[in-house]
Structure formats: C-alpha cells, structure tokens
Design a protein around this ligand. Structure first.
Ligand code: DGJ
Length: 468
C-alpha cells in the first residue's frame, strides 16, 4: 500500500473517531435521555426486544402539549445505553382509530412471531378520555416498521375491551397478552388472534401497567397501584403457572420510595455468557410535557431465592451485554459548582432550602434565573425534587450566543429526594453558558373520575452542577 493511502486511512480513522459521539457510558435513571441530535428519547410504556446484535426499544412517542396519539417510536442500540432513532414505527392512521387528534395509544409491545418470523406490535388503543379501550395490533416484516395497523385483536367474535396491557413470550414460543386486573390471553400460532383465556380477572392481581417475566421456572407479575400517572409502590406476584394460583409477594422497591418514583412497564432479560440480568423498566410520567420531561427508571432486579427487589437506587450503572453482568458506575465530573459558589449567578428571588439532607436554593417566581458559565463538553444539574416542584427551563448557549440545547425538566417528586435532574448532550469541548429558570408550571393529570394528580406548586431547585 502506498504511503498516501495509509495517510488517507489514518485521517479517515481519526475523523470517524472524532465524530463518534456517545452520549452515555451508563444507564442513568430519572433524567431525560437524548439522542445525538439533542432530541429526547421518547418511548414510554415501552418494551425492548433483541434482534441479532441490536436491541430495539418501542414506546409511546409523546408530545409536549396534550395526550394525543403521535405514533409508536422505535429506537435501536447495541449497548442499551445509547439509542438511535429508527422510526415512528406506527404513525397515526389517516382516520378512525389511532388517527391522532381524538385518539389515545399506549403501552406498545412488540414480539417476533416464531412461526411466521413477522414482528407484531400490540397496543392499547382508545378514544379520547379513555372511554373505548381495546387491545389492537399491527404487523411488519421489518423490526423497525412501518407496522401495518390491523385493528382489534379478536378472540372469536369478541375482543379485549380493557386498557393497560403487556406481552409475554414463554420459553416454548407461545405468546400471551397480559392485562391489568389479572387477565391473561393466549395467542394463536401466528400471533394475530387470541385462542384462549388463560387467566380471568384474578382478584390478587388488581394492578395496572402489568409486566410479566419468567425466572427459574417461576412466573413473575409486576404491576402498579391505581393512581393514573402518579407513582406508587408497585407490587409483585409469583405463580408456577400463568393460570395461577398467583401469590402476592410484596413491594419491589423499599416501601415509600414509590418504586424509585416510577410505574412499571416491562422487564427485559439481558442474557449474557456469565449471567442474565433482568432490567426493571419503569416510567416517570410528566403530563403534559411527556416528550421533554418524562423520564426512565431502569434498574437491575435483585433475586434472593424466588424473591425480587430493587433494594438500593442505582443512579448510574452499566450492563455488559456480552456477559450480562451489571455494576454501578458513578458519574465522575471534571469539577463541580456548588449552589453558593461565585460561578453561579442568581437573579430574582431564590430561597435557601434543605431537603433530603441537601442544601439547595429554590425559586418559583417569574424573574428567577440561575446562570452558570462552564468549560467542558457537558453539564449536569442536581437538585431536590419535591411535591411542590414544577418544570424548569434549561438553555445552553455557546460564547457566540447560539442556543445549543433548550429544554424543560420536571422537578416534581411526591417524595422529597435529592438527585440528578439534567445531563446535557455531549457538546464539542468549549466554553458555554447555562441558564436555569422556573416556568411557573408543573405536571398535572385529571382522571376520568375528576381526581387530580400532580404537583402543588412550581418551584425548581438547584444544589450543584457537574461539569464534564
Ligand atoms: C394509568 C396507566 O397505567 C397509564 O398508562 C395511563 O393510561 C394513565 N392511567 C392515564 O390516566
């Protein structure tokens, strides 16, 4: 090979390694995740399936204004940490069910049918205000879609007129639809209809957001209490057969932690050469800013005999997809900026606060704003989330004043807890200026019954910034 070719390859290699920009070296809970272009990963009520060497994440593709159906998104990853947007795998239909404006679509789950090789997406489809629910399905030959909408999943001449749903594929390839309040339906060989009801309104399983998985021959059912999008202590149940009897086993995270502030959606087993780690996948909802501010709570499940738990909160952890092993990997900033430091400029009314053993400053007025200049390639914000917190507005500018990131984060937590609130996408190494201000708004939700959930005020809190 000639020298000039070697030089060309060397330049190309350097360019590629400079361009390769991975946002995450760990799975981080409770902050919005961003893809390379700075947009949010928006895949709630999600599930993951593996195809070849890649993992595919499907979920509700949300907006920041209302609860309208925007389609079901598909992202892919090789490491379960950095996600690439693949497609809006089932965009809204042109008319009728799941067509947008007056429709709701939730909790999509994709399974590959072993007999046909097709990918089948199941979903909760509904009319506005959740008055006409049904389990429906769509089919694609390609995992990333587009999924062809087929309508209701039929069971003879009837259908499943219920809402929160999940899927489960047993070791023998049989597919099941699992429903809130303890219904399980067995799918046909082509996964396109129901052939039997395996479990009917099981009184023990009075939960929403069901997630079923199997470990050492035992079936596990995780589900949430009935509090709409508000977090609660999710419970788990076990059985030797899907048909039951199901036994209530208790909470999956310490009581009062509200399942580390989340609602279950799926459990994904990462099968490696050394072990299998079961990832609990939960949502931290945030209506109406679900696209920007709803986050993900993914935690490794710990087994003790046939008991499961998430006894300790792992803010930042990794999984080796080859071996299946996981470990904590705390974030290591180059330097930190504390709330009283000169580097932080406060304007407007900020009050001192100490919650969850952390000194912080908080504000909820229109004139309040924090600004921080920093040198590095990314920044994180920490603060104390509590019941009277709301949405904060984060903006990052470069020294030319160009806006590089502009987003909202949700600081609400029913339980007061100090934590990571924001981690910017990776920026080219440089000098930047961040502002953080209250928006005087917060998440809320009014149920069909008229019951209100959400924050009581619109504070934001700042305890420190980490610069990387
Ligand atoms: C509870 C469900 O679990 C959520 O997915 C969502 O549908 C809310 N209800 C809406 O109230």
């Amino acid at each position: 090979m000639q020298i000039k070719h070697l030089v060309f390859i060397a330049i190309l290699f350097t360019a590629c390694s400079v361009q390769k920009k991975e946002n995450y070296q760990s799975i981080i809970t409770g902050i919005p995740w961003y893809i390379e272009d700075g947009n949010n990963v928006s895949a709630h009520g999600a599930n993951i399936i593996r195809e070849g060497d890649r993992y595919y994440l499907f979920g509700e593709y949300k907006n920041n204004e209302n609860n309208r159906f925007e389609g079901f998104s598909c992202y892919s990853s090789s490491d379960l940490m950095n996600w690439k947007f693949e497609s809006n795998a089932m965009p809204p239909n042109k008319s009728g069910r799941l067509s947008g404006a007056e429709c709701i679509g939730e909790r999509p789950k994709v399974m590959k049918c072993p007999t046909t090789g097709e990918f089948i997406m199941y979903m909760h489809a509904d009319s506005n205000l959740y008055r006409n629910p049904a389990v429906e399905y769509a089919v694609s030959k390609n995992i990333t879609g587009p999924y062809e909408y087929k309508g209701r999943l039929m069971f003879g001449d009837t259908y499943i007129r219920r809402w929160d749903m999940g899927t489960f594929q047993d070791d023998d390839g049989t597919g099941y639809i699992i429903m809130h309040h303890g219904d399980i339906y067995k799918l046909s060989d082509d996964y396109k209809s129901v052939v039997a009801q395996t479990l009917k309104h099981d009184k023990t399983l009075r939960t929403e957001s069901p997630a079923v998985f199997k470990h050492n021959g035992i079936y596990y059912w995780i589900g949430s209490g009935l509090t709409g999008w508000e977090r609660n202590d999710n419970m788990y149940f076990t059985a030797k057969s899907l048909a039951g009897p199901w036994e209530m086993r208790g909470v999956i995270a310490p009581e009062g932690s509200l399942t580390w502030n989340s609602q279950s959606t799926y459990v994904f087993p990462v099968v490696g050469s050394e072990t299998t780690t079961f990832i609990y996948m939960g949502d931290r909802w945030s209506f109406p800013k679900q696209r920007a501010a709803a986050t993900y709570v993914w935690q490794p499940l710990v087994f003790n005999g046939d008991e499961i738990s998430m006894p300790v909160f792992h803010e930042s952890w990794t999984i080796d997809v080859k071996t299946g092993e996981w470990k904590d990997v705390p974030l290591k900033p180059a330097y930190e900026i504390l709330n009283g430091d000169d580097a932080v400029k406060y304007e407007g009314s900020w009050e001192d606060a100490s919650g969850d053993n952390t000194k912080s400053k908080r504000a909820n007025t229109k004139d309040a704003i924090i600004s921080i200049s920093f040198k590095g390639s990314r920044i994180a914000l920490r603060g104390v989330a509590s019941i009277d917190c709301g949405y904060g507005h984060v903006v990052i500018q470069n020294i030319k004043g160009e806006i590089l990131h502009d987003t909202w984060i949700d600081m609400y937590s029913n339980k007061t807890v100090e934590g990571l609130q924001y981690l910017s996408p990776v920026l080219p190494k440089g000098e930047y200026f961040l502002t953080f201000s209250p928006t005087q708004s917060h998440w809320y939700w009014t149920e069909k019954s008229g019951k209100q959930w959400g924050s009581k005020d619109t504070f934001i809190s700042f305890s420190k910034a980490w610069v990387f």
